[in-house]
Ligand binder design. Sequence first.
Ligand SMILES: [Zn+2]
Length: 574
Amino acid sequence: MKYSEMLIPTLKEVPSEAEVVSHQLMLRAGIIRKVAAGVYTFLPLGSRILKKIEAIIREEMNRSGAQELLMPALQPAELWQESGRWGEYGPEMIRLKDRNGRDFCLGPTHEELITEIVRNEIRSYKQLPITLYQIQPKFRDEIRPRFGVMRAREFIMKDAYSFDLDEEGLKVSYQKMFDAYSRILKRCGLEFRAVEASSGLIGGKKSQEFMVIAESGEDIIFYCPKCNYAANIELAQGENKVILEENILPMKKIATPGKSSVEEVANFLNVSPGKLVKTLIYQTEKGLLGVLIPGDRAANETKIALSLDLKELHLLKEEDFTKYNLIPGFVGPIGLNDIKLVADKNVKKMRNFVVGANEKDAHFINTNIDIDFKVESFDDFTFVKLGDLCTNCKVELKEMRGIEVGHVFQLGKKYSEAMKAYFSDQKGELKPFVMGCYGIGVTRLMAAIIEQSHDQYGIIWPFSVAPFQIVILPLLTDSLEQKKRSEKFYHELERLGLEILYDDREVTPGVKFADADLIGIPLQIIIGKKLNQGRVEIKLRKTNEKFEISADDVVKKCREIVQKELEKLGDKSG
Ligand SMILES: [Zn+2]
């Protein structure tokens, strides 16, 4: 393409609305423009990049045996009512009525729709397994759309769904998708990690997230530097460093006037917060629940709900405390007769700890489980924190930030059973399909690549997803020689199948350099004064290295570089 004929509205200033680098650079490089909060247009450059990323995804999906289809964004409410999610999904779902008053939504995901297709079209085990995928827009009415396309209300997603005879088959289909995702992210030039994750509203047993490692990431991941263990903070498990055994002391009630928070009590007693045990009272569909956790840890409600199989879990409101004879700030496990008590596994190791005495201005010290009170069970009910050890190899866990770009789930029979999607097996018996689902945020992936690959001058696209692989920059606009040579390079390189942006604009060299760096074309051919000695420069955007080479070698050299760089990314098509 000739630059002068293309719409690339670059901006010099950093737009004030953009908080993260990828958002700033996508606006500045003329890749996107905002239409409404969380709603964006992809301008020609952005559209080219999207097509490149989508092509990689398609190739790897097809290589894994998945088949592409295209489902509508507009979905009837009846399907969501069948699965039960019409009620479960909150205000994130964009709902609308047609002219006849019939309810619809704009699909935030497509489990219901794909299950409807498969239950109608697939009858026999002979047609299984099958994995279907699509690349199309999704809608989620985010409470706070932000970070540009990273948390948008309309975004492009690749979603795939696998259907198998049984759990064994699901594991095979899941692994194929997992491997395809790994290849996709590698080809996009990304440093990433697959981590254990919570299934949330989608449901199912096992799920893993693909995290692109980036400082600006919204997700916190804990990982073990020794083994492969990595998990989202919601699910990450670790264990306390070994606590020295202490002799068990007799429990004693002491006055703690006006001291109710962990910090106040710890300061007052001159002990560390880790010496206290908090008793949190939750309201659940199964009645009140008391959860004991160490004073220096935070309760993890995802883990509590999963462990105890609870659908509802809310901290008891302070105004409701008196109803149950509880005293805010002084609740403790002793004397809580009608409340089911469970404890975080870290409490099991604690000796002689401090708890509330269930009376105003008093705590017990030297409290011990099984001596002073009992709990029904122990499990992991808290968030890990730095200093915790890997449960496998007892090495200290490390923390990093990441951007979730993909999520794979083993759904099992959740949707097929709810929606009565059955096939007949070898014996002619009807069985529910065993499902998996797999998503990649395509537009988010674009932002994640920029978060990981940029410098102070702009974006640095990996060759595999760059809108153009090479930009030709003749510096003197009035030099006929430079113009002729640029056009020659342009045509020869395009003939080789390379993607070229030829900057034929009548602007200063400074503007051309700045724009080329900003929009991040990975290879630059700079044609300047030395052309009359038969020399030109080529520059690698990634390292900002410049080489002077003979003008006669440019085409050959550029082709070599592009091929080599694509091969490094694991792209066989380059
Ligand atoms: Zn480990």
